[in-house]
Design a binder for this molecule. Structure first.
Ligand SMILES: C[S@@+](CC[C@H](N)C(=O)[O-])C[C@H]1O[C@@H](n2cnc3c(N)ncnc32)[C@H](O)[C@@H]1O
Length: 353
C-alpha cells in the first residue's frame, strides 16, 4: 500500500466545530452561490493507492508491536516494563514456529469489487458485534434527531440501517445503493420505502429534490470525493443537511484492509479503499457551498480486545483475529484511537416556503 500525498500545504489539520463556520470557510469569501471547483490550495488530498501488498501474519503482528511502541513513546505511556515486554514479545513471536512458517499472501487490489464484498457480507452485515457501527450509530442518530423532517435520501443505504431510523423520525425516505444484495436486505426490512439500485455518482433524483442526505460508511469506497459531494449538493435543496460518516484515516494504518478471500480470478485480493484526512473533506465540501455544523472523531473503547481469548488457531489468511496473538500490544496500538469521522454539513441558502 502506498500513500501518495498530492498536496502538502495542509490548511485544515483538525477541525471540531459546532458553531458558525465562517472562520474556516476559506475560499467562499465571495458569497458565490454556485458550486465552485476546488482551487487545490485549500486542504491536502491524500489518496491511498493500493499496489501489490504482501501480507504475512508475522509481519502484521510485528507491525502491531511497532505501533504499540511508537504510540506509547508519543503518548508517554511506555514505561521500561512496557517497552521490555514488547521486545520480549517480539522475540517470542519470531521464535514461534507456527508463525515463522505461516505463509503470507500476495494480494492484488481491485480484482475484488465492492459488489463482490457486499454480496458476501449482505446477509451478515447487520449482525451484532460491528464495533464501527456500534460507535457510529448513536452519534449519527443524535445529529438526525436535530434535523427538520422532510424528504431524506439515504445514499449508499446498504441494508437500510439509517433508512429505518429516518423513516421512524417521520421523513419521506429514499434509499440508493449500488449493491443489489444489500438492497435486497433493505427491501425486506422496509417494504414500503422507495429504493433504487444506482451509483453515488449518478443519483436517480432531480435537482433540489431532498432536504437531507445521509451517507454513512461508504465514501471510503469512492476514489474521488468531489463528484459525489457535487451530486449531494445537486439533489439537496438550499439550506439542506448532509450527514456523513466514514472510516477514519487512522483505521487504515492501525487496522488495514486485509485480503478477505480470493477474488473472481482465484487470487487473493484486496478491496481498494480510499481513506482521507479531514482536510480532504473540507477541501471538496466548502467550495460546493457546504458549511460545517459539526465534526466528531469518536474513539474505540478501551479494552476492546478480550485478553483471555486464545490465539489459536492461526487463521489461513492474515486476519484481524491475529490481534489475539498479542493482546497487550493490540490494546496499546488500537484502544482509544479514532475509528470514524462524522460530519454534519449544511448547504448554504434558505429553504423556500
Ligand atoms: C459499509 S456499507 C454502509 C451501508 C449503510 N450506509 C450503513 O452505514 O449501514 C457501504 C455501502 O456503500 C455501497 N456503495 C459503495 N460504493 C458505492 C457507490 N459508488 N454507489 C452506491 N453505493 C455504493 C455499498 O454497496 C454498501 O452497501
Amino acid at each position: 500500500m502506498k500513500t501518495e500525498t498530492l498536496k502538502e500545504d495542509v490548511e485544515f489539520r483538525h477541525v471540531v466545530a459546532d458553531d458558525d463556520m465562517t472562520r474556516i470557510n476559506v475560499g467562499r469569501d465571495d458569497g458565490c452561490p454556485q458550486p465552485r471547483k476546488t482551487s487545490g490550495a485549500i486542504g491536502a488530498c491524500v489518496r491511498t493507492v493500493h499496489e501489490v501488498t504482501y501480507l504475512s501474519p508475522l509481519g502484521y503482528l510485528l507491525g502491531i508491536e511497532g505501533a504499540a511502541l511508537l504510540r506509547g513513546l508519543r503518548e508517554g505511556s511506555a514505561d521500561q516494563a512496557f517497552v521490555e515486554a514488547r521486545i520480549t514479545e517480539i522475540r517470542t513471536l519470531l521464535d514461534t514456529p507456527s508463525l515463522a512458517h505461516a505463509e503470507g499472501v500476495t494480494a492484488n487490489p481491485g480484482t475484488i469489487t465492492t459488489g463482490d464484498v457486499y454480496r458476501d457480507w449482505a446477509p451478515h452485515y447487520d449482525s451484532p458485534g460491528n464495533q464501527m457501527i456500534d460507535i457510529e450509530q448513536p452519534l449519527v442518530r443524535r445529529i438526525l434527531d436535530g434535523l427538520p423532517v422532510g424528504t431524506a435520501l439515504d445514499a449508499a443505504c446498504g441494508t437500510g440501517r439509517h433508512t429505518t431510523y429516518l423513516q421512524e423520525l417521520g421523513h419521506h425516505v429514499i434509499g440508493v445503493d449500488a449493491s443489489p444484495d444489500m438492497l435486497a436486505q433493505a427491501r425486506k426490512r422496509l417494504p414500503d420505502v422507495e429504493f433504487h439500485e444506482a451509483d453515488l455518482h449518478r443519483l436517480p433524483l432531480a435537482d433540489n429534490a431532498v432536504d437531507t442526505v445521509v451517507c454513512t460508511l461508504a465514501l471510503a469506497h469512492v476514489p474521488e470525493l468531489a463528484p459525489v459531494l457535487a451530486e449531494f449538493a445537486r439533489v439537496l435543496r438550499p439550506g439542506g443537511n448532509l450527514v456523513v460518516s466514514d472510516a477514519h484515516l487512522l483505521v487504515s494504518y492501525l487496522r488495514p484492509t486485509l485480503a478477505r478471500r480470493p477474488g473472481p480470478d482465484g487470487l487473493p485480493s484486496l478491496l481498494a479503499e480510499y481513506h482521507r484526512p479531514l482536510s480532504a473533506y473540507l477541501a471538496e465540501a466548502l467550495p460546493l457551498g457546504f458549511q460545517v455544523r459539526h465534526c466528531e472523531e469518536p474513539r474505540r473503547p478501551r479494552n476492546s480486545l478480550n485478553p483471555a481469548t486464545a490465539p489459536d488457531p492461526l487463521p489461513t489468511y492474515p486476519s484481524w483475529d491475529l490481534l489475539h496473538w498479542c493482546p497487550e500490544a493490540s490494546a496499546a496500538a488500537l484502544d482509544d484511537s479514532p475509528i470514524v469521522v462524522i460530519w454534519h454539513f449544511q448547504l448554504e441558502g434558505v429553504q423556500e416556503g
